[in-house]
Ligand binder design. Structure first.
Ligand SMILES: [Fe+2]
Length: 226
């Protein structure tokens, strides 16, 4: 189900205001923000079979009355190129574990429960200004191996017209597992690594009280990433 009541104008003025100033001003310091977003591996849990409901509201499954368990997070951002232009026509997909750290995927056979009210995968097509949005829940950590606990993260794939898919992951600021995560720390440059870590902020008035907002702009290179 989509969230038509959400006021896009308010969001753009608030959560995305910083990006808008970057594009308008383009001072050298701010222009550095438009370096490319680092890529990350897709991992093993890209959906083997997409859910019937694959809109941008992962917290609500079509035909079910309940909301997904967990802490509600709105992910808002734009898909831009390094000149700050919206990459129109882009489709953004996300997939993630649920609030128990479990993926709805045949290769995730761990004991953690599935949540029938959680969609697990969603997609959005960017608007004319490059903006996209998702309503989801904060995923829990999960073990990637006996000695590696992955921090909460959301997988992203961006399909820009004429380009190969761009794959990355978004992490949550302040999680102690971030410092030890092999994939996040595989991005050697600290400022590039920081681009993948977002702080959760309070929602603007048109979003659910108690929910959180993650602002995650994705900057693609002029030459499509391999
Ligand atoms: Fe993952």
């Amino acid at each position: 189900m989509s969230t038509p009541s959400l006021n896009r104008r308010l969001i753009l003025r608030g959560a995305l205001g910083a990006t808008a100033s970057v594009v308008a001003g383009m001072s050298p310091a701010l222009a550095a923000l438009l370096s490319r977003t680092p890529g990350q591996s897709a991992g093993p849990f890209y959906p083997a079979r997409k859910p019937l409901d694959k809109d941008n509201d992962l917290a609500q499954v079509a035909g079910r009355p309940g909301r997904a368990k967990g802490d509600l997070v709105h992910i808002l951002g734009r898909v831009l190129d390094t000149d700050g232009r919206a990459v129109t026509g882009s489709r953004v997909e996300i997939w993630q574990a649920n609030t128990h750290g479990r993926y709805d995927h045949p290769q995730d056979s761990r004991d953690a429960p599935l949540d029938p009210d959680f969609q697990g995968f969603g997609a959005d097509t960017v608007a004319a200004d490059g903006s996209y949005r998702f309503r989801t829940i904060k995923p829990a950590p999960y073990p990637a191996s006996a000695d590696w606990m992955r921090p909460p993260h959301v997988h992203f794939a961006v399909f820009a017209p004429g380009a190969k898919p761009f794959i990355t992951q978004m992490y949550f600021a302040g999680d102690p597992l971030n410092a030890r995560d092999r994939l996040l720390n595989g991005v050697g440059d600290p400022s590039a690594r920081a681009r993948l870590v977002v702080a959760l902020e309070n929602p603007p008035p048109d979003l659910e009280p108690g929910s959180r907002v993650a602002s995650f702009d994705i900057v693609l290179g002029k030459t499509p990433p391999a």
